[in-house]
Every structure is written in C-alpha cells, then in structure tokens.
Design a protein around this ligand. Sequence first.
Ligand code: ATP
Ligand code: MG
Length: 587
Amino acid sequence: MRNIVVKSSLSLTVQQRKKIEDAFYKKYGDEELFFRYLEDKNLLGGVVIEDGERIYDASVASALYDFKRKGEEYINQILSDKKSLPGNWKEELLDSLDGKAGSVEYGRVTESADGIITVEGLTECRYFELLEIDKGSYAIAMNLLTDCVKAMLISDGSNIEYGDIVKGTGKIVEVPVGDALLGRVVNPLGKPLDGNSVLHCEKRRPIESPAPGIIERSKVSRPLMTGILAIDSMVPIGRGQRELIIGDRQTGKTSIAVDAIINQRKSGVICIYVAIGQRAGTIAKIIERLKNADAMKNTVIVASTADDNAALQYIAPYTGCAIGEEFMSQGKDVLIVYDDLSKHANAYRTISLLLKRPSGREAYPGDVFYIHSRLLERSAQLADNLGGGSMTALPLIETQAGDISQYIPTNVISITDGQIYLESELFHSGVRPAVNVGLSVSRVGGSAQYPAIRKLASKLRLDLAHYRELAVFSQFGGDMDESTGKILESGRKITEILKQAEGAPMSVDKQIIYLYLINGHIDNVPIARIKEYMEGFYQYFVNSDYSDLKTLRKQGVLTDEIRKVLDADVINYDIYFFKEKKDDAER
Ligand code: ATP
Ligand code: MG
C-alpha cells in the first residue's frame, strides 16, 4: 500500500480531492493507495503532495521562496552588469517562474552522527549530488547503496532529526566563479568570509569536473617565476606544471608559496590560495602579507579552517580548482597553491572512516591516491585552440622527520612534475629558503626557463651538490688540497647568495645578473661582503641604463652586447668596490 500525503493551507473540497486521487490512480495503476489530507497554514496557499518518492510542490510558500532567491540572483546579475533594473522586473521574474512548481525526489533521514547522515528513499541520487535537508542544511552524497544514501554534511547538522525530509537537488556541488572573486576570501562553498559586500558572480561551476584530455593540452613552455633565485635557477617551474613543495613543519613551505603569489602581482597571473584545515590566525596573517604586498588584487583565497568540518576541508581544493579552471578557460594564466595536501588526506581519511569505507595503509582509504591525482590532473597548459590558458599547481605536503617515503608523500611525488624539498637542518642553520638541491627536481620546467637563466644556471646545481657533499666530509677536519678548498669556498659563497628573505622577490634581470656573477666573478670577493657586492653591482649596472636592458628584462636573453657591457662593468666595479674597502681599512 502506498501512502499519499496531501498538505494544503485550507481544507480541500470533495471535487478537488477527487481530481488529485484520480491523477494518482492513473499514475500508479492497480497499486492500493491511501490518501491522507492535512492542513498546513505555513504553506500560505496551494498544495504539497508527497507520494513516498517525490514531492509535488505547488505551494505559495515555495513560490515565494523561489521568488526571493531567484530575485536576489536576478538583481545581483543586473547590478554586476552595471545596468539599472528594468521597470517591469517583477513581471519578468514571475513569468520566468511560472509553471516551475515541479516535483523533486525526496527521502528521509534515518541516521545522523559525526557529520554523516543516512537517507532512505532517494533513488535517483548521483554521486557528489548536493542534498537539501528540511531545516536549511546541506549535505553531499558520498555512498550510494542499494537501500540508502550516505552523505556528508557541509553545514551545521545539530538540528537534524530522525525523519527529516531530504531533497535531491539534481546538481553536483557548484561554486560561483569569475572576476568578482578577485581580492576576496571565500569558504569552500563560495560564500564570502571577508565581511565585504555580497559576491556578484553570474557564473557557477561544479567543483568536480574532468581534467583536460591529452589533445586539449600542449607543452609547458613558458616560465612561471617565483622570484626566488634558488628555485627559478635550479628547480624552474613552467606555466601549467605541478610542482610539489615538501618538507617538515616550519621549514618555510607556506612562505615560498606566498612569495610566488606576491611575485605575480605584475605578471598578469591570477593566483588562488587554498587553505586546508589551517588555523584561522595563520590564514589571517597570509591575507595580511598579501594585502601589504599589494598582491590581493589578483588573488582569490579559499579558506577552510581547522574548526571547519572534514567535509568542507575535503572539498576546499576542488573549489579552488573550479575557480581556477574558469580563468584558465578564458585563456588566462593561473597559479594555485594547495596548503596543504597532508591535511586534505587527513580530512578525507576522517570522512572515509565515518562512512565505513574499507581502510588501507595508515588507515587511509584505497582511493586517497586517486583524489589527489584527480585534483592535480586538472592543472594544465591548454592548447592554443582552447585559448592557451594555463593552471600551475603548487601543492604542499608536510613530512615527519624528513621522511619522504611515507605513504602520502610518495603518492603525491609520483603524480607531480617534480618537487622542491625543504630541509629542517638547512632552515635552522640559516639557509633560507631551505631548498635541498640534491633532492629537488623539476621534470618539465627546464624547457620553459628563460634562455639566459638556463644557460648560466646549468652548472650551479652540480656545483652546489658537490659542495654539500664535500662539506660533510670537511667537518671531520684534516688536511684539504687546494682544489677542495676552492670548491668549499665558492660553495659557501653561492649558498650565501642564494639566501633570500621572505617577501623580497627578485626580478628576472636581477636573477640573470646574479647568476652571471656567480659564474666566475666572485672569486676575489670575501664571503662576508658577498651580498653587498652582488646588490651593489646590480644597482651599478641598472643605473647605467643600457638599451638592451629591456630585452634582458622582457625576454630573459643575454645578448652579446650586454655580455660585453657586463664584462667591462665588472672590472670597473671591482676597482671601485675594493678601493672602498681599502679606504675603510686605512681610516
Ligand atoms: P607549517 O608547517 O607550520 O605550515 P611552513 O613550513 O609552512 O610551516 P612557514 O610558515 O612558511 O613554514 O615559515 C616558518 C617560519 O619561518 C615563519 O615564521 C617564517 O616567517 C619564517 N621564514 C620562512 N621563510 C623565510 C625566509 N626565507 N627568511 C626568513 N624567515 C623565513
Ligand atoms: Mg605552512
């Protein structure tokens, strides 16, 4: 027997009831039907019918709700286009809503615990569909089982009761995308967190979408400058590349990513910083830094804090990625930072355990590898016929005691195009950024590097690795031959030059000049004055304002002309620099 509940604001007449009953007898054929009629003043007018599978909603209350919601969207859209509202906007809206009182599938909550609800009765539900629960809460469908659906709550679920109605929305979770997001801080559902005005976004995008296919991609061929000399010279990153930043806690991972964002303020690259399960104070500090550096105007921050539920933390990177994809599809270049994927894996583990999915190594579910590759594959350099946009990803991973062979680190290392490995020991000995050159690689960035940087930096990596190796042995003391001494000496100088403060990105021409000097022009400079020498020479050179300087800045090409000028300048500058020193000594 099928129960059919008919709710109306006033009691229905016999004719009205007969009309409804006839319609359902026609729909269900020989099934036995039992009709219950209830009065519900909250409906304001019209009827709502539940037949055990679907809700047919033709009430005034829901029409008003729709009117309000659609009305807000409509007005926002017109305002964002900077047009004025047409005189007949109410009629237009009503027209667009007319006849929309359709039916939706519904089920009921049969269990709710730890942010996971079990819903019975939803037969048409899709994976990752957004579900709406009676009292204004939302959940995402995760497990589709034969007799029920398990979903994770993405809003507060403390008021959910047994038997609450859950409606399928038929939509995958979507977030607002577009230019209106620039300079804003939003949560993983796209709601503004910065207390500023509402968002005026015309477009929305599902947070889950397939990655671009092979044909849709092209080669990574343009550099993405982080402004950090150690990285741009030895572990170069290209637009569309995925480069992992990995290291123990407090080794400067976030600082490198934030510096890379700051360096994009004039490059036209749009940046997205996704905070996953971080302390609210840390996120506030990052926003402050970006604002002070004037880098917020081309940046979007997607923030999920440590006290957000695991579901929100889990969807945060997908939200950031969807926002980035919109810009990429417009042919723009995007840089996205996921800070960090270790916390993301933890959030997903929490959800999977609560969903009672089978767990594997370190209690992570079997598909923890897949959720990260699915995310990172969405970064790409699109082919020219698709606009040629790109999305570069900098995922972060935190290791324990420098162990990169743990489960999550090895997974992410294998799906990225290289990694920047930061070492605690280096960091604490004052080598900051603490990039371990030996363990850091970039598998595709080399071909995207500026020609001059590539040429000048080719030996640097080897020299440094050689130096670090020798430095370990030299700690034991003992005699050293002259050549070893020289390698150590120059290694120390290079290490000193590569040290760089936070928030002080280096321009392309400065990097080239520094690399030029490193290549055989610093032998006479004492280590204590090396930084002063480099900075001084750069200023000296730039102030002379050569015509080829523009080529150096824009294209990163070291012409013969410039090289000649540089060679001459070094000689002149040396005289000046060392004379000054002598003067100091005499005084
Ligand atoms: P966590 O594991 O807590 O996320 P993290 O690896 O992201 O840490 P950061 O927060 O970036 O590390 O940096 C740790 C500290 O080191 C910060 O106080 C930061 O100011 C400092 N720091 C980072 N990079 C540099 C640098 N190049 N020069 C000087 N100080 C730095
Ligand atoms: Mg950090």
